[in-house]
Write a protein that binds this ligand. Structure first.
Ligand code: ZN
Length: 306
């Protein structure tokens, strides 16, 4: 939904007082923060308006302030940014900044237009694998699963492809350190992640062949649309795993946490068990659901159905 919003809100530059230089998508529809993440993280002017930063130009050259001296490749980024800004719109002192909402004819933003779009997306859900919108998962997990399905997760190779990362920046998988961090790798093929899927699958006494893509995974996973707690729990697994793996990846990358996939699999099983108890009020304990699922499903007589 955030993506839809960003794509359809167009800012018109006036005097630059209301537009935030780094954050707002005031030039070519993308924010500078998104396209120049390193410079943004180093900037001491994160909250400054376009007018404020523009006023510091010297002889027509943009001047930026950073919290430390830049490295050579960061200087290159500044050059890239300056070139990009050459085509930016000039400030118009007498006009206020404004924005228009492209979805509505009036060009004014309305919640109902977002709602209409949302309803249309949900209705065309035939194409979206069912697991994406699993209602037991939280909205942010559902949204993340949708991003992964669309191939829009910001992995290193995605960032390289759109030119955000310089070519020489490290882009290896943070878990195995041996392959490039591509979407399929980090979510499916990385041996550590693969083990994690295998743990979830064997928890349900299933055997599986590793699918070649996230879409293949979601399609394989959702066989039938049962309403019992057993099938609901099974269907909630993919969005939980995708989201949890990405969260762990970020903790490893940005906080230096060592990946513990054994612990991750256990935590995910507990999470599913908690959801089952919350949504379906089953009598089994969390411990039983995590440790004795095989027996529970035998009793429920549904071992061979999802
Ligand atoms: Zn890996």
């Amino acid at each position: 939904m955030g993506e839809f919003y960003d794509q359809n809100l167009k800012l018109s530059v006036g005097n630059g007082k209301r537009i935030l230089f780094w954050t707002d998508a005031w030039h070519n529809g993308r924010s500078l923060k998104e396209d120049y993440p390193r410079l943004y993280s180093l900037s001491t002017q994160k909250e400054e308006s376009l007018l404020q930063i523009s006023a510091k130009k010297s002889l027509g050259v943009w001047q930026f302030q950073f919290r430390r001296r830049l490295l050579a490749w960061e200087e290159e980024e500044v050059k890239r940014l300056s070139r990009f800004l050459e085509t930016s719109p000039a400030l118009k002192e007498e006009i206020e900044d404004s924005c228009s909402w492209l979805v509505d004819k009036s060009r004014k933003f309305s919640t109902s237009s977002v709602w209409c779009w949302w309803a249309a997306v949900k209705q065309s859900g035939v194409k979206v694998p069912a697991g994406v919108w699993d209602y037991m998962a939280s909205p942010k997990m559902q949204f993340f699963c949708w991003l992964a399905w669309r191939g829009r997760v910001k992995t290193s190779s995605f960032l390289h492809r759109i030119g955000v990362f310089p070519a020489n920046a490290v882009s290896q998988c943070v878990f195995c350190q041996s392959e490039e961090e591509a979407l399929e790798h980090v979510f499916l093929f990385c041996p550590l992640v693969w083990n994690c899927w295998a743990a979830m699958v064997s928890w349900w006494d299933q055997s599986w062949v590793i699918p070649g893509s996230v879409e293949g995974l979601l399609k394989w996973w959702v066989v039938g649309k049962g309403k019992s707690w057993i099938s609901r729990a099974w269907q909630a697994i993919p969005s939980l795993v995708l989201w949890s793996v990405w969260k762990l990846r970020n903790e490893c990358l940005f906080k230096g946490v060592a990946p513990d996939f054994g612990g991750l699999s256990e935590r995910m099983k507990v999470q599913i068990a908690l959801w089952v108890k919350w949504f379906f009020k089953v009598d089994y304990s969390v411990h039983d659901l995590v440790s004795n699922l095989h027996q529970i499903r035998l009793n429920a007589g549904s071992l061979h159905k999802h």
